[in-house]
Design a protein around this ligand. Sequence first.
Ligand code: RTP
Ligand code: MG
Length: 141
Amino acid sequence: MAVERTLSIIKPDAVAKNVIGKIYSRFETNGLKIVAARMIHLSRQEAEGFYAVHKARPFFKDLVEFMISGPVMVQVLEGEGAIAKNRDLMGATDPKKAEAGTIRADFADSIDANAVHGSDAAETAAVEIAYFFPALNVYSR
Ligand code: RTP
Ligand code: MG
């Protein structure tokens, strides 16, 4: 399997719960390396731009409000099959439907406050990584 990069965000609910380290540990023990990271409090414009694909959806306004409700931790994860692997570790969008042992099953409260974001395909991963990290600030290792 090819080595890939994916964009991960630890959302405001999980940052507020003080579980950044616990979530990082899941990445590390499952072969995903953190090759870039920064904490940021998104502006409304940044959150709307990031989730622009969902602009027409009924949950868009609530999603943006939630994403700007506090700081988030943004990281690039690198590893074999990183995009699908991160999605597997995250679990289903709705934590009630997420498999036991996944990040969302263990740390998320609701479909709105669901602890983490992960890119869903190679194309979106490339766009999302570029959205937050200039190439020089990603450290392949
Ligand atoms: P994410 O983009 O945050 O990683 O989540 P995802 O791929 O699992 O889900 P996606 O369909 O991309 O939706 C983005 C976020 O919008 C909220 N959402 N609410 N009420 C609803 O039906 C609904 N559907 C989606 C979730 O917070 C989801 O993470
Ligand atoms: Mg998504």
